[in-house]
Design a protein. Structure first.
Length: 237
């Protein structure tokens, strides 16, 4: 996947026909409203993204002010343009011409697609992972007629376990068992196991760590306020 101003984006492999998915990189600039850049510069990037999506016959873009929760919003075709919600960390749709996006730094962008034409974008940090946002997203797709075990799941660039030391309260929340002391947390591996338990057969993950590869990605733990963007879109036929 390559869009004109997003030529350095990391594409998601092996998506079903009609599904485009990618993660932007540092070279594409920050998409975070809370970064230290002028708001006008950030808004210009969003505007360019919408222009490029429109060139692909994608005229809806759903995003949100994320809160590290597990609320997933379903989007239909009753609107056009850029929809910005609050208090939402995931999006699902089966409407062609719709793109879903999550902003990330060290959290995991989770891309879900069904071969019959449904997609989800989920923002999964440790809190969202502990709250089972992946299950919530898969439940939403299942309720729409797209069984979880037929879906494809990709886990995008995020902080790796070696770089992510957390306290016992985080480990207890994520694993659901008492923990003592600090430890390393591989969020993508936890998400992979959650997907397996739902019967998902096709699971892939980016090899990139946002902290290890700080030259390519923004990292919250690396002290960077910038945000990259994880996008998945259903093209119009």
């Amino acid at each position: 996947m390559s869009l004109a101003p997003l030529g350095s984006a990391e594409s998601v492999p092996d998506m079903p026909d009609g599904v485009l998915a990618w993660t932007t990189t540092r070279a594409d600039g920050s998409f975070g409203m809370g970064s230290q850049e002028p708001v006008a510069d950030v808004m210009e990037r969003w505007a360019r993204l919408q222009e490029d999506l429109a060139s692909l016959r994608i005229d809806r873009l759903a995003t949100a002010h994320q809160v590290h929760g597990a609320v997933v919003e379903r989007h239909d075709g009753s609107w056009r343009g850029w929809l910005r919600l609050r208090g939402v960390d995931g999006h699902v749709t089966n409407t062609p011409g719709t793109a879903l996006a999550v902003t990330i730094a060290d959290c995991t962008p989770v891309f879900v697609a069904h071969p019959r034409g449904a997609v989800a974008a989920l923002h999964a940090g440790w809190r969202g992972t502990a709250a089972r946002i992946l299950d919530v997203g898969l439940d939403a797709l299942t309720a729409m007629g797209y069984p979880a075990d037929e879906c494809v799941v990709h886990l995008g660039p995020s902080i790796c376990g070696a770089c992510y030391e957390v306290g016992s309260e985080v480990l207890s929340a994520v694993y659901g068992i008492p923990a003592t002391g600090k430890g390393q947390l591989d969020v993508r591996e936890v998400l992979r196991e959650q997907a397996r338990r739902r019967g998902v057969q096709q699971i892939s993950a980016s090899a990139a760590c946002t902290r290890c590869h700080a030259d390519r990605f923004f990292s919250h733990r690396g002290g960077d306020p910038g945000r990259q963007l994880g996008v998945i879109a259903l093209q119009s036929s």
